[in-house]
Write a protein that binds this ligand. Sequence first.
Ligand code: NDP
Length: 480
Amino acid sequence: MLHIRNYINGGFHDPVGGEWITNVDPSTGETYSLVARSSAQDVAIAVDAARAAFPSWSALTAQQRSKILLAVSQKIGEHLDDLALAESVDNGKPLWLAKAVDIPRAESNMAFFATEILHTETSAHHTDEHTINYTVRSPLGVVGCISPWNLPLYLFTWKIAPALAAGNTVVAKPSELTPMTAFLLAQICSDAGLPSGVLNIVHGYGHECGAAIVEHPLVKAISFTGGTSTGATIARTAAPMFKKLSLELGGKNPTIVFGDVDVEATAKQVARASFTNQGEICLCGSRIFVDASIYDRFVAALVAEAERFTVGDPLEPTSKMGALVSQAHMEKVLDYIALAQQEGGRILTGGHRITLQGRCAGGFFVAPTLIEGVDTSCRVNQEEIFGPVATVIPFSSEDEALAGANSTMYGLAASVWTNDVSRAHRVAHRLESGIVWVNSWLVRDLRTPFGGVKSSGVGREGGVEALRFFTEPKNICIQF
Ligand code: NDP
């Protein structure tokens, strides 16, 4: 069976403790590889390698680092088919989706930050005729990057690319549920000429290996994407050590549909926002607020669209949705559907596990599910489910829609659907959210700030924000 080994100092290594975690293909329920169960000892070795590599990596010019990272990007593109297949098997997502989104985005992440560092500026402030201040930005040293299972290579590269481009060396941990593409990336980085020790990838459980990265005194910053409670645990450890922290956490994103929209066309986009990637995207809209004047028509169109999200073998091009990432996650999602019914919700479509025939008979599939009749204060409308489950809620005024939309502890993303341009701006400004899409969803420009407010996170990724996070400014004041 394939062993997913740690990548430290340019080589592949078994974990010091010799223990392995089973890695399951969620579309079949069968174990297909073993993942290194790394401990604080493995992390310490990785940090030593990263420290040793830092002086020479950070001393390269931006052009030299850019050239190497562009080579990594190009090789990701050359391996599109292998990486997409690995991602689909590891995560359960449709192969076509991994090919169209996950891997191309990983390629763009590397290329984007490799070229962004060629276009940055530093600032200078002329205080008076005898005094000038200028600011330089330096890399931090060794940084830790911890990423989740929903968009494995996409989010892994979203963190390591700016960290490396800015001149840091990295110790990174992908989720132990989906470590395969990060493992494959290690070889790609070696082949592209990334020097040994610049990127180190350790695998294992979050509370062991992930916690050891956060606790290590020589890791200067942590960039984390994952659940809100894990983010709080990380903050508790990192804060007294005064580490820089970027936390991209959970969401419970509202979708607001006003009465002036094209009902059919909007229902199609709203279904896409709810069920893409099995609803396992932190940006998915899971609470759909619909103007009472079109509620019945819109819900009928939305149900029809949800039922077009065919659930099937992720390797088949006809499957619009694949498997959820694990049995435990599927059970959590099914528990929330049961809870919704206890809270008075009516299932409009879905609401159950799907058992497929043949190869995927043991897989973790759940039907796309729409629920109505649950109050905004219910647990299913307050807690992140992170699966193919959305609730539909009627509203009678803009204020009522906004009050409902802003009623959770989260504030990551929102989408607003209307043809009234004044209302679009007004509502976008009043939403408590780091990201607002109007008449669109998941349209991304890598230059824009990405992140949430309230319990959805601290700090921003993307564009210049990411390079700022991974560097420290120093102001130099000269009098002459
Ligand atoms: P988790 O918080 O469980 O895990 C995220 C990563 O952190 C994993 O690698 C995990 O390892 C690791 N980890 C867990 N505990 C610790 C710890 N104590 N110290 C250090 N690392 C730890 O999230 P999931 O993997 O379940 O991902 C889903 C969550 O991610 C959802 O809440 C989703 O909203 C959020 N997310 C947020 C995004 C954003 O940009 N805001 C984007 C995508 C997802 P292990 O796998 O071993 O537990």
